[in-house]
Design a protein around this ligand. Structure first.
Ligand code: ADP
Ligand code: MG
Length: 253
């Protein structure tokens, strides 16, 4: 897609857990070259919305379209294969393995056929290609200098960027990140924001779930605010920042 093209369309998406409506008919559109932020208090339904889009949990209603095609109902792996990648809220790296191995393994698990074949059945050529692709993505996010270090030896901020490199393998069209800045120090947030900004300039689409308002204010083009499963507000960050309903949800919640 070229910048401005419609990439992801979330259309009245709904999720019920028993009697609880965790996501209540949420709609939005994400375009190529755009960073959108999804914010809201704890329990607002942000992670659930991500899970619905990425195929981790089935929808109770609505539709998700990616590059013009319905993707709701498809397995998570197929959605990733089509170019919609995601990270999870908690770091999922293997601490004793190198950065390169972590990225290569993660890429293989997403693209390929499971853990056993990852460990046993990958032939030399396929393995070399996978390592080349992993190294390329690690360079892309500026971590070429720590490629051979154990992932667990890196500060948390750099571990988060390793996770992003892993999600970037096979060049996804869009990337969903769940609270990438959580627990990071100020300088680490700045470094992370620089990587995400670079990806945007490369034409990718990003959707960030964030609790940290300051982080999304400077980085995103458009903000969605959820509260109690519904869309409380949406717009450019400057407007959201002074929206009374948003301030109330954050300060009152
Ligand atoms: P957020 O990411 O905005 O903090 P979540 O999407 O994790 O919020 O949760 C939204 C609501 O749905 C919360 O009330 C949460 O307790 C509930 N919820 C999330 N996942 C499940 C689940 N698997 N089963 C039951 N309730 C859930
Ligand atoms: Mg969450």
């Amino acid at each position: 897609p070229t910048v401005g093209d419609l990439v992801l369309e979330v259309d009245r998406v709904r999720k019920e857990f028993g009697g609880l409506v965790a996501v209540n008919d949420i709609s939005f559109r994400l375009r190529a070259g755009e960073i959108m932020g999804l914010i809201g208090p704890n329990g607002a339904g942000k992670s659930t919305t991500f899970n619905l889009i990425s195929g981790v949990a089935p929808l109770s209603g609505g539709a998700v379209r990616f590059m013009g095609d319905r993707i709701d109902g498809l397995p998570a792996r197929e959605i990733a294969r089509r170019g919609l990648a995601r990270s999870f809220q908690h770091v999922q790296l293997l601490p004793d393995m190198s950065v390169l191995e972590n990225v290569a393994l993660g890429a293989h698990l997403r693209s390929g056929s499971g853990v056993v074949s990852a460990a046993l059945r990958l032939d030399r050529t396929a393995e070399a290609a996978l390592l080349r692709e992993a190294a390329r993505q690690i360079e892309r996010v500026g971590l070429g200098d720590v490629l051979d270090q154990p992932a667990g030896s890196l500060p948390l901020g750099r571990q988060r960027i390793v996770e992003i490199a892993r999600a970037l393998c096979c060049d996804p069209i869009a990337l969903l990140l769940d609270e990438p800045a959580a627990g990071l120090r100020y300088q680490e947030k700045q470094a992370l924001a620089a990587v995400l900004d670079q990806l945007r300039r490369e034409g990718m689409s990003l959707l960030l779930v964030e609790h940290d308002m300051d982080f999304v204010m400077n980085l995103t083009d458009h903000l969605l605010v959820m509260d109690f499963g519904t869309m409380l507000a949406e717009g450019v960050p400057a407007d959201i920042q002074r929206n009374p309903a948003v301030l109330e949800a954050y300060l009152g919640g």
